[in-house]
Design a protein around this ligand. Structure first.
Ligand code: MRU
Length: 343
């Protein structure tokens, strides 16, 4: 499995996911602003991965602050943290990581600027290592829901590349395979960035897990023809009532899964759950550049000047979710009380 992101001396490097699968290469970030841009520009994406990137970016930014007093340091750090947390609005893991890093600065109030910088770097390394451990736990819990022989439909990429490593939804697939189950994946291509075709298929083929890519609009037909045993997706944010924000297109899959009596599971770390939001209606949904829909690279696909809309995520009401798989175990409906118990 290729690493998603890592420290390279004082720099942070990440696999440039815009270029996968044809080119596997590092994108080097030399300062925190490079990380902000990389997150905005989809060099790195996936909720847990952008949380890890934000933490590393802030540790790198903090290391470059040249002041002596902790007050001045905190001021500069807070500005960086604000900028970082705005890089993408939907995945709450980004805000979660920024808040965790900010707490390190608060805790270091009685120490020196240098000791806080060191603690920030250490915290970012911990966040990365913990993310991989958490995904393995999600996998172990989730694989219990997978029959001995199963075709699993997934949307977008909730794999190793979307996290520090191993993946959430694909972590469940990996763990099922490691447990000796005969699993195959149906991967929605996931327009417009094609994370399913470019990333999910790439990862699974590297791990020799059978994968077939389908057009997004084929998922319903595959379900109706009994070619799907269960659906597992990731999440960008889960509200306190269990409503799930995930890649645009997830909602229609969840509705179709219920219609066809196929379980629809969401695999996500607890850091994806936002207890401050009562329902999914309150989750901010990122609107991206309409050119991502109307164009392929520089080439326009439709009539010149055509209007396009590009919401990057949608909200799946919790009534369509069979269970949420977390590192602490499986949360079943009713989610409002189930989620509370896990915190
Ligand atoms: O726009 P992206 O590629 O960042 O969207 C990613 C997703 O929607 C994933 O399903 C989600 O972040 C979970 S990743 C473990």
């Amino acid at each position: 499995m290729i690493p998603t992101i890592e420290w390279h001396g004082k720099q942070v490097r990440m696999i440039d996911q815009r270029k996968l699968p044809h080119k596997v290469g590092w994108h080097i970030c030399r300062g925190y602003k490079d990380v902000v841009k990389a997150i905005e520009g989809m060099v790195i994406r996936g909720a847990p991965a952008i949380g890890v990137a934000a933490a590393m970016g802030l540790a790198m930014g903090a290391a470059s602050i040249r002041v002596k007093s902790l007050d001045a340091f905190r001021d500069r750090f807070t500005r960086m943290a604000d900028e970082m947390s705005k890089a993408r609005p939907t995945a709450v893991n980004l805000r979660w990581a920024v808040e965790r890093m900010s707490r390190v600065v608060e805790k270091g109030a009685s120490g020196s600027v240098e000791s806080v910088k060191k603690a920030l770097r250490h915290e970012s390394e911990k966040i990365l290592a913990q993310d991989i451990e958490i995904n393995k736990k999600i996998g172990r819990h989730g694989q219990r829901l997978v029959p001995k022989k199963a075709t699993i439909l997934t949307h977008c990429n909730a794999g190793s590349l979307a996290t520090g490593g191993y993946g959430t939804a694909l972590g469940v697939v990996r763990a099922a395979q490691e447990a000796g189950k005969d699993v195959a994946v149906l991967a929605d291509e996931t327009r417009p960035w094609l994370q399913g075709l470019r990333l999910t298929a790439f990862e699974l083929m590297q791990d020799r897990i059978p994968v077939t890519v389908i057009a997004d609009n084929a998922a319903g037909s595959f379900m109706r023809r009994k070619r799907v045993d269960l659906v597992v997706t990731g999440a960008d944010r889960i509200a306190a009532n269990g409503d799930v924000a995930n890649k645009i297109g997830t909602y229609q899959i969840a509705v179709l899964a219920k219609e066809n009596r196929i379980p629809f599971y969401v695999a996500a770390p607890l850091s994806t759950i936002d207890l401050t939001l009562a329902s999914g209606d309150l989750i901010p949904v990122e609107e991206r550049n309409p050119r991502e829909i109307s164009h392929l690279g520089d080439k326009t696909l439709g009539p010149s000047g055509v209007r396009a809309a590009n919401p990057a995520f949608d909200i799946t009401p919790s009534k369509y979710v069979t269970a949420i798989i977390t590192e602490k175990g499986i949360i079943k409906p009713p989610f409002k009380t189930g989620i509370k118990r896990f915190f």
